[in-house]
Design a protein around this ligand. Structure first.
Ligand code: FES
Length: 108
């Protein structure tokens, strides 16, 4: 089984919005960028500030603490691979939304 967190339907963010989702011992920031759901750890890899509270510009989140900017799709610091926040795939099944923390490989 994949390790997933289900996002309660009422909390799924509208376009341009975000929400904090907790489960499986993690806090994940979920953003809706032009209809794309993008999920990253809610902990800046610099000094741990909340990225959910950051400033969203397109698919880039700017940490409020020291201003570092991260690409929400890849998790990488903008124009660099020096720092990366963990990013997670988001699965939509009908009207249910899941953040995939880890995939279980199926060995045939
Ligand atoms: S804690 Fe995010 S930029 Fe420093």
């Amino acid at each position: 089984m994949n390790r997933r967190i289900e996002v309660p339907a009422a909390r799924v963010p509208a376009i341009g919005e975000r929400c904090l989702v907790e489960g499986e011992g993690k806090s994940v920031a979920l953003f809706n960028v032009d209809g794309r759901l993008l999920a990253v750890d809610d902990s800046c890899p610099h000094q741990g500030a909340s990225l959910c509270a950051g400033q969203l510009q397109g698919a880039v989140i700017q940490c409020r603490s020291h201003g570092l900017r991260f690409d929400l799709a890849s998790g990488y610091l903008l124009n660099s691979t020096a720092l990366k926040v963990a990013s997670y795939p988001v699965e939509v099944e009908g009207d249910r939304v899941f953040i995939v923390l880890a995939r279980q490989e199926v060995v045939a």
